[in-house]
Design a protein around this ligand. Sequence first.
Ligand SMILES: *[C@@H]1O[C@H](CO)[C@@H](O)[C@H](O)[C@H]1NC(C)=O
Ligand SMILES: *[C@@H]1O[C@H](CO)[C@@H](O)[C@H](O)[C@H]1NC(C)=O
Ligand SMILES: *[C@@H]1O[C@H](CO)[C@@H](O)[C@H](O)[C@H]1NC(C)=O
Ligand SMILES: *[C@@H]1O[C@H](CO)[C@@H](O)[C@H](O)[C@H]1NC(C)=O
Ligand SMILES: *[C@@H]1O[C@H](CO)[C@@H](O)[C@H](O)[C@H]1NC(C)=O
Ligand SMILES: *[C@@H]1O[C@H](CO)[C@@H](O)[C@H](O)[C@H]1NC(C)=O
Ligand SMILES: *[C@@H]1O[C@H](CO)[C@@H](O)[C@H](O)[C@H]1NC(C)=O
Ligand SMILES: *[C@@H]1O[C@H](CO)[C@@H](O)[C@H](O)[C@H]1NC(C)=O
Length: 491
Amino acid sequence: MGKFTYFLVFTLFLSSFVASSLGKKQGDVLSKFYKAKQKNSAFRKSYFKAADVENVELDKVILPQEGSKAKDWINKLPGQPPVKFQQYGGYVTVNQSAGRALYYYFTEAENSESLPLLLWLNGGPGCSSMAYGAMEELGPFRVNSDGKTLHRNSYAWNRAANVLFLESPAGVGFSYTNTSSDLNTTGDSRTANDNVVFLLNWLERFPEYKNRDFYISGESYAGHYVPQLAHEILKHNKQANKTLINLKGIIIGNAVINDDTDIIGMYEYFASHALISDETYHDIQNSCFVQNYNESKCNSAIAISDNNINHLDIYNIYFPLCKNGNLTKYPKIPPPLQIDPCSTDYIYAYLNRQDVQDALHANVTNIKYEWESCSNSLFYNWKDSPVTIVPLLRESLANGVRVWIFSGDTDGRVPVTSSKRSIQAMNLTVDQPWRSWLNGGEVGGYVETYKGGLAFATVRGAGHEVPSYQPARALSLISHFLSGTLPPGDH
Ligand SMILES: *[C@@H]1O[C@H](CO)[C@@H](O)[C@H](O)[C@H]1NC(C)=O
Ligand SMILES: *[C@@H]1O[C@H](CO)[C@@H](O)[C@H](O)[C@H]1NC(C)=O
Ligand SMILES: *[C@@H]1O[C@H](CO)[C@@H](O)[C@H](O)[C@H]1NC(C)=O
Ligand SMILES: *[C@@H]1O[C@H](CO)[C@@H](O)[C@H](O)[C@H]1NC(C)=O
Ligand SMILES: *[C@@H]1O[C@H](CO)[C@@H](O)[C@H](O)[C@H]1NC(C)=O
Ligand SMILES: *[C@@H]1O[C@H](CO)[C@@H](O)[C@H](O)[C@H]1NC(C)=O
Ligand SMILES: *[C@@H]1O[C@H](CO)[C@@H](O)[C@H](O)[C@H]1NC(C)=O
Ligand SMILES: *[C@@H]1O[C@H](CO)[C@@H](O)[C@H](O)[C@H]1NC(C)=O
C-alpha cells in the first residue's frame, strides 16, 4: 500500500469521535493529532532525531536529590483503603534553565526488593499517566463515583513490579514548565530527552533501584515515547560506557507504530467488524492513496465511515457509552472486573481536589490551569513526530532489549489489524507461530513470536486501554513479559 494523501488524513478524523463524556480523550487526542500532523508542514516527520542536546553532560543534568525521597513519601491518599505497599509522588526537575519539572507517582510492590522497576507512559500526545495508567488502568486504586473515595484494583501491576507513572511531557497533567513557550515547542525529541533526564535523576533519588532490571511500558501514542526513550537510554549508556539505566525490555499496547499501516488497518478493522460496509472499505482503499487518489470519492467514503461509527465507543467497540458522569453522593458498587464507562469523570473530580493534590505532593507551584486528562494546547504545536518508529524497534532488538507489542482486540482506534500490518512492515520471520494463550482456563488472547526477539500478543475482549477492560489478562501478560516467558497455551 502506498501512502495516504495528506488530504485524507485530515478529513479522516474530523467527525469520528463521539464526545460522550470527558472519557476516552486519549484516543480522541490521537485522532486530532493525526490531523494536525498532516496539516502542519513544520512537523519533522522523518527519522527520529535524538534530542535538543546531542552530548549530555551528566554532571550538569543530574542534580542532588538528598532528602527528596523522604519528602515524596505519601502517607495515604484521601479516601484510600488500607494497603501494605509504599507510595511516593513528587517532581523531578528536568531542565533547570527553563524551569521544567515532571511529576511522577510511584507505587512500590509489597515485596519491592525482589521485583523489577516498570515505567508506564500514556500517549495522546498530551495525555496524563495519572488519568489513565494510574487511576483507570493498572494502578492500585480506582476512583469511586463520589469523586472522593477510592477502591482497590486487585489486578494492579504493582503485584508484578514496582510501577512508576510519569506525566510527560511538561504541560501534561501535573507536569509543568515555567517557560510558557515550551508548550509551543514540544515534540517527540524533547519528550524523549526530558524523560531520560527524569529517569537519571529519579534513580539518584531512589538509588536502591539503580541496578534493578528496568522495563518501559505504554500505550497509544506512547508507541512513540517508549522506543524513543529506549533509544535515549541506549545512547546514554554507550556514551557513559557503563549501564546508567539497566534497560531490559519495552512493551507497547494498541500503539502508534507506522502511520500508513496504522491508518489502513483501522478501516480494515471497521469493515471486518461490521461497522462499515465492504464497499466503503474498498472505496477507501481504491481512492484514498497517493497512487489512486480521487478527492471526491475518497471524501465521500470517509464521510460514510465517520457516520457509521458515530454513537459508539471506538476505543472499545462493544462497550457502553457513559450516559451520566455526574458524581453520586455515595459510591456506586464498582463492577468487579470492569471499569465504569464514566470513570474519567470521577478521576477528573478526584485529581482536582486540593486535599488529593496535597497528599500527592502535586501542583506545588499553583499551576495556572486545572488538571486535565489530556492537554489540548500541547499537540496542536507538536514539533516532531516521525511517520514510523520501526527503526527504533529494530534498534532495541539489536541491542538485546526484549520488545513486545500487545493489542486489545476490541479497540477500533489503533486496532489489532493495524498492529499486525505494522509488524508485517518489519519483515520479520515467524519464530513460534500464532497460538492461543490461556488465563484462568480460557483464551486470554493469541500470541506469535518472531526471530530477533519480538513478540506480539492480543488480549481478547479488551479495548484501547487494555488493563481497564481485561485486568486479569493484562496482569498475566505483563507478568510473563517481565519474566521473559510466553503465557501458556495450546501449541
Ligand atoms: C532546556 O530547554 C530549553 C527549551 O526551553 C532548551 O533550549 C535547552 O537546550 C534545554 N537545556 C538542556 C540542558 O537540555
Ligand atoms: C518554577 O517557578 C516556581 C515559582 O517561581 C518555583 O517555585 C519552581 O521551583 C520553578 N520550577 C522549576 C522546575 O524551576
Ligand atoms: C502558542 O501558540 C499559540 C497559537 O497556536 C499562540 O496563541 C500562543 O500565544 C503561543 N504561546 C506562546 C507562549 O508562545
Ligand atoms: C569501557 O569500559 C570498559 C570496561 O568497563 C573498558 O575496558 C573500556 O576501555 C572502556 N572504553 C572506553 C572507550 O572508555
Ligand atoms: C473520481 O470519482 C468520481 C466518482 O466516483 C468519478 O466520477 C470521477 O471520474 C473520478 N475522477 C477521476 C480523476 O478518476
Ligand atoms: C447532571 O448534573 C447536572 C448539573 O447538576 C444536571 O443539570 C443534569 O441533569 C445531571 N444529569 C443527569 C443525567 O442526571
Ligand atoms: C493548581 O492549584 C491551583 C490553585 O490551588 C488551581 O487553581 C489549579 O487548578 C491547579 N492546577 C493543577 C494542574 O492541578
Ligand atoms: C521490507 O521489505 C520491503 C520489500 O522488500 C521493503 O520495501 C521494506 O523497506 C522493508 N522494510 C524494512 C523495515 O526493512
